[in-house]
Design a binder for this molecule. Structure first.
Ligand code: GLN
Length: 493
């Protein structure tokens, strides 16, 4: 069979380029799927990026996509390969959430995100590794073992969507879904040199996403370009009557406005972002990126987020509180792991949960139960809710004078696997720049903006509610002048 573009180059192409190639008939969805499944077979195991590869289903979906194209029924993503973080329910395919608790769970239905991408013609190649129940910043809490960073296998890809980020960075797939509760899309994107978009809370349905902290969780994407993130968001976004927190707000065409120049855009620089916690080279790369935005016609305006330093402690009250409630459903009775030979009901509960959940999840459940308990509720949970309001108000005040806020995504580049596992607080500080957007429900994107030594650095852009178009446009314009997002780890070219 003749393939217009060689297999070698198919994996280097973005979703937009692959879409053009498929439309032009340069290659078929089946050829593309085969090429990427081969790459996953060759590299997936070393990276430990996948929990499940759905090769047979993918081949069938690719054949169906090719048939749909020849019948004139091609959807907007027809034949384009994607993978899903393993907390999106997928009918008939294991959804483990990175946990022993759900190691045996096969969902009877698709998450809305999965269904929408499928209906648009996308071909799912499998489910990606992640921190257990999305709790973590390094992918080391996964029951299936840590994911390796494609830039250096000794390093973490970040988390919790580390499998999705590593798969995209290593060119195993051009696009992946992820979820972001405190930074789990943007931080791994930053640490792997990929693009990570967390939409506004409510923009994308959470139906069929295993819940961690429901008031913070939001589905988004990891891709190699902002244009590809726009393409996927357009399909995923929208009201869903099965998710009462999804918002009935029109879905614009996220791709059309991307070419609009940055002339007149007001970019907020947060004074507190450049404190001593930021690694020097990361700070330097972000400053260079800001200078480039200015050259493109944006004006840089200093803004304050005075309560930024409270965002991590606030998050680590609110998120565990919600997780302790959400995870109470895993009791060994209805579904999930069940301890064998229990003495009585209490023993069944205790051992099923003790065996099924890893250390970090247990730590969060205990913290969450504590902050919600009578006597401590006012001192912790209620206080955290009040501080959350202050943080939201800080963003509101800042957005009175700027259109986007730009700064670092993470305080450091990728760190060594094992380096922070014994020190939860240092691990938690990874999300110091990302958590604010979750607490306030705002959209944020991370784009590669250079390197610290040999490891990628991310620039974060945060916008007001539903300003995905603005941050995507800003990211895209930055990518028209830079090629950081085209850099590929040597072993994966
Ligand atoms: N790293 C943060 C945590 O451990 C955020 C996780 C996430 O966004 N899912 O909770």
């Amino acid at each position: 069979m003749t393939v217009g573009a060689s297999d070698q180059s198919l994996h280097q192409m973005t979703l937009a380029e692959l879409g053009d190639g498929l439309r032009a008939g340069d290659f078929s969805a089946l050829e593309l799927t085969t090429a990427l499944l081969d790459r996953i077979a060759a590299h997936g195991e070393a990276l430990n990026a996948f929990i499940t590869v759905t090769a047979d289903e993918a081949m069938r979906a690719a054949e169906a996509a090719d048939a749909a194209r020849s019948n004139g029924n091609a959807g907007p993503l027809n034949g384009l390969p994607v993978v899903h973080k393993d907390l999106f329910c997928t009918a008939g395919v294991k959804t483990s959430c990175g946990s022993r608790m759900l190691d045996n769970f096969v969902s009877p239905y698709d998450a809305t995100v999965v269904a929408k991408l499928r209906q648009a013609g996308a071909v799912s190649l499998g489910k990606t590794n992640m921190d257990e129940f999305a709790m973590g910043s390094s992918n080391e809490t996964s029951y299936y073992g840590p994911v390796k960073n494609p830039w250096d296998h000794e390093y973490s890809p970040g988390g919790s969507s580390g499998g999705s980020a590593a798969a995209v960075a290593a060119r195993l797939v051009p696009g992946a879904t992820g979820t972001d509760t405190g930074g789990s899309i943007r931080q791994p994107a930053s640490l792997t040199g990929t693009v990570g978009l967390k939409p506004t809370y409510g923009r994308v349905s959470r139906y069929g996403m295993v819940a961690f902290a429901s008031s913070l969780d939001q589905a988004g994407v990891i891709t190699r370009s902002a244009a590809d993130a726009a393409l996927l968001l357009g399909v995923m976004a929208g009201f869903d009557e099965r998710d009462s927190t999804s918002v009935d707000h029109p879905v614009p065409d996220y791709v059309v406005g991307l070419d609009q120049p940055l002339e007149g855009l007001r970019v907020g620089i947060v004074r507190q972002h450049f404190d001593e916690g930021l690694e020097e080279q990361c700070g330097a790369r972000v400053r260079e990126a800001l200078a480039l935005l200015e050259e493109q016609g944006a004006s840089l305006v200093e803004v304050d987020l005075p309560n930024l330093d409270l965002s991590v402690p606030t998050y680590y009250v609110v998120a565990p509180a919600e997780c302790s409630s959400n995870l109470s459903r895993f009791d060994g009775v209805r579904f999930g792991h069940r301890a064998s030979d229990p003495d009585d009901l209490l023993d069944l509960y205790c051992r099923s949960r003790g065996e099924g959940f890893g250390d970090e999840v247990q730590r969060r459940v205990m913290t969450g139960t504590y902050v919600l308990s009578a006597g401590y509720y006012d001192a912790y949970y209620l206080k955290a809710q009040k501080v959350r309001q202050l943080i939201s108000q800080d963003f509101k005040n800042a957005f009175a004078s700027v259109d986007v806020i730009a700064g670092p995504t993470a305080p450091t580049p990728a760190f060594r696997l094992g380096e922070k596992t014994d020190d939860p607080i240092t691990m938690y500080l990874n999300d110091i720049y990302t958590i604010g957007a979750n607490l306030a429900g705002l959209p944020g994107i991370s784009v590669p903006c250079g390197f610290s030594a040999d490891l990628p650095v991310g620039l974060q852009l945060v916008g007001p509610h539903f300003a995905e178009q603005t941050i995507l446009r800003c990211a895209h314009q930055y990518q028209t002048l830079t090629d950081w997002h085209c850099r590929c780890p040597e072993a994966y070219q």
